[in-house]
Design a protein around this ligand. Structure first.
Ligand SMILES: N[C@@H](CCC(=O)N[C@@H](CS)C(=O)NCC(=O)O)C(=O)O
Length: 211
């Protein structure tokens, strides 16, 4: 069987999601830690986004296409349930997390710290403060979904592979940690899943570390 490569900086939450999926499937892979818009990314993804998967003659851009390819190609636990109703719920939550939760918590909140735009060269407080009510409301939605069993149930799957990295990074910043810490379901979900072998073995270096 050909080797599996995941191309993209391991700090990317989208790259991390695909690597968690591989670890859950029990499939070894090599990570090629290149940034977006590198030749390796542009060779497969017309917008140069990471992650990219290479597996023999197969080359795929977009994390969801990658995860679904892994799920249908390899043995191991299902990342998307076979039951049609459960699969539709997984599709809906995957979409909500990648299109609504991720842009707010990662692209806006986390990036306000990683790519500071304040006048003093630090994070722009006004930007962060504007995000906080929306973050609180969004995390409350996740808390309720966990409480109702809409997400977060065993078996671990595609929704979790996306959500755990997002919550991990949100929890590294003070306001994010305070908001998550006040929500018992979300805190316990995060701690429980951070201990999973698939998450531990793919844990990225610090986002600001040179790779
Ligand atoms: N929809 C894409 C999003 C991937 C994505 O945004 N990756 C970021 C790194 S975390 C990236 O490549 N950003 C560069 C860009 O947006 O041009 C996926 O699911 O793979």
């Amino acid at each position: 069987m050909s080797a599996v490569q995941i191309i993209g900086l391991p700090q990317s939450n989208f790259v991390w999601a695909t690597r968690i999926a591989l670890a859950e499937k029990g499939v070894a892979h090599e990570n090629i830690p290149v940034p977006p818009h590198s030749p390796e990314a542009l060779a497969v993804h017309p917008f140069g986004k990471i992650p990219i998967l290479r597996h023999g003659s197969v080359a795929i851009g977009e994390s969801r296409a990658i995860i679904d390819y892994l799920d249908s190609t390899f043995d191991g636990p299902e990342l998307v349930p076979a039951d049609p109703d459960a699969a539709r719920r997984s599709d809906s939550w995957t979409s909500m997390i990648t299109s609504t939760v991720e842009p707010l918590l990662i692209r806006q909140y986390l990036f306000a710290y990683f790519f500071p735009s304040g006048a003093d060269g630090g994070p722009d407080r006004a930007v962060i403060d504007t995000l906080l009510p929306k973050m609180a409301a969004t995390l409350d939605v996740l808390e309720t979904a966990l409480k109702n069993g809409d997400i977060g149930q065993e078996p671990f799957g595609r929704v979790d592979a996306y959500l755990v990295p997002i919550l991990f990074y949100t929890n590294t910043m003070p306001e994010g940690a305070a908001l998550i810490g006040a929500l018992p379901q979300l805190s316990s979900y995060l701690q429980r899943n951070l201990a999973r072998p698939s998450v531990q073995v793919t844990m990225p270096p610090s986002p600001l570390a040179e790779t």
